[in-house]
Design a protein around this ligand. Structure first.
Ligand SMILES: *Cc1c(COP(=O)(O)O)cnc(C)c1O
Length: 227
C-alpha cells in the first residue's frame, strides 16, 4: 500500500514536471493506471490514494475485478485488443476503449451500448511504427475510420492512441510521438472533434507529454513489474 502511494506520487510528479518543462497547461495530462494482471488489493490501494481511472488489457481478468470492486466512481478503460466476439462485454463494462482499429469493431461496440447508457468513449489505435502483424489502424485508413465512427450514435470519438516500438533514446521516442501528434492536429484541422491523445507509458511518458499526450498509460512504475 505504502509502496503504491509512493510510486503513484512519483509518477504524478513526473507528469506535472513534464507539463511545466514542455509548456503544457497545468493538469492537462491525465494518468491512466494500468492495472492489468495486478490483484484487487493493489487497485484498491491506488483508489485509496485518489486514483480513479484504470486500464486493463485482459477481458476476463478485468471483468472479475470490475465486479468485485463495484465502485461507481471508478472508470475502466479497455486498452487491449478487442476480439470481435467480446465486443459486447467490453461495451457493457468499460467507459473507454482505446483500441478501436476497424469500422467493423466500432459498429459492434456501438451496437452493444445499452439504451440509456452514456456513449462509449473511444480512441482509434494507430499502428504508428507500421509494424506488420500488429494491431492498430494504418495511417492511411485512419481518417476514413474517424469519419465513420463519428456517425455512430453510441460511440464518442475522443482521439488517437498508439503503442510505438520501444525506444530508449528520448529524441527517438519523441519523434514517433510527434508523427502521431501531427496526424491528430491534421484530423482536427479537417473538422474531426478530438480532445485525447493517448500516448506514453512508464518508460516514455515525458517524451509523450512533450508531444501533446493528454492521457499517459502507466503500469510498471505504479504497480511494479508484471511477472
Ligand atoms: C501494459 C500497457 C501499458 C503500461 O505499460 P508500462 O510500461 O507497464 O507502463 C500501457 N499501454 C498499454 C496498451 C499496455 O498494454
Amino acid at each position: 500500500m505504502c509502496t503504491i502511494k509512493a510510486r503513484l506520487d512519483k509518477v504524478l510528479t513526473r507528469i506535472r514536471q513534464a507539463e511545466i518543462q514542455f509548456e503544457r497547461a497545468p493538469n492537462s495530462v491525465k494518468l491512466l493506471a494500468v492495472s492489468k494482471t495486478k490483484p484487487l488489493s493493489e487497485i484498491q490501494a491506488a483508489i485509496n490514494c485518489g486514483q480513479l481511472e484504470f486500464g486493463e488489457n485482459y477481458l476476463q481478468d478485468a471483468l472479475s475485478k470490475i465486479k468485485a470492486l463495484n465502485h461507481n466512481k471508478v472508470k475502466w478503460h479497455f486498452i487491449g485488443h478487442v476480439q470481435s466476439n467480446k465486443a459486447r462485454q467490453v461495451a457493457e463494462n468499460f467507459s473507454w476503449v482505446h483500441t478501436v482499429d476497424s469500422i467493423k469493431l466500432a459498429r459492434r461496440l456501438s451496437r452493444f451500448v445499452a439504451d440509456g447508457k452514456p456513449a462509449l468513449n473511444v480512441c482509434i489505435q494507430i499502428n504508428i511504427s507500421n509494424e506488420k502483424n500488429k494491431s492498430g489502424c494504418n495511417i492511411e485508413s485512419a481518417l476514413e475510420l474517424a469519419q465513420e465512427i463519428e456517425k455512430l450514435e453510441n460511440l464518442n470519438l475522443r482521439g488517437l492512441m498508439a503503442i510505438p516500438m520501444p525506444e530508449t533514446d528520448f529524441a527517438a521516442q519523441r519523434s514517433v510521438f510527434r508523427d502521431l501528434n501531427s496526424i491528430y492536429q491534421d484530423f482536427k484541422a479537417k473538422g474531426i472533434k478530438l480532445d485525447t491523445l493517448s500516448i506514453g507509458m512508464s518508460a516514455d511518458l515525458e517524451a509523450a507529454i512533450a508531444e501533446g499526450a493528454t492521457i499517459v498509460r502507466v503500469g510498471t512504475d505504479i504497480f511494479g513489474p508484471r511477472s
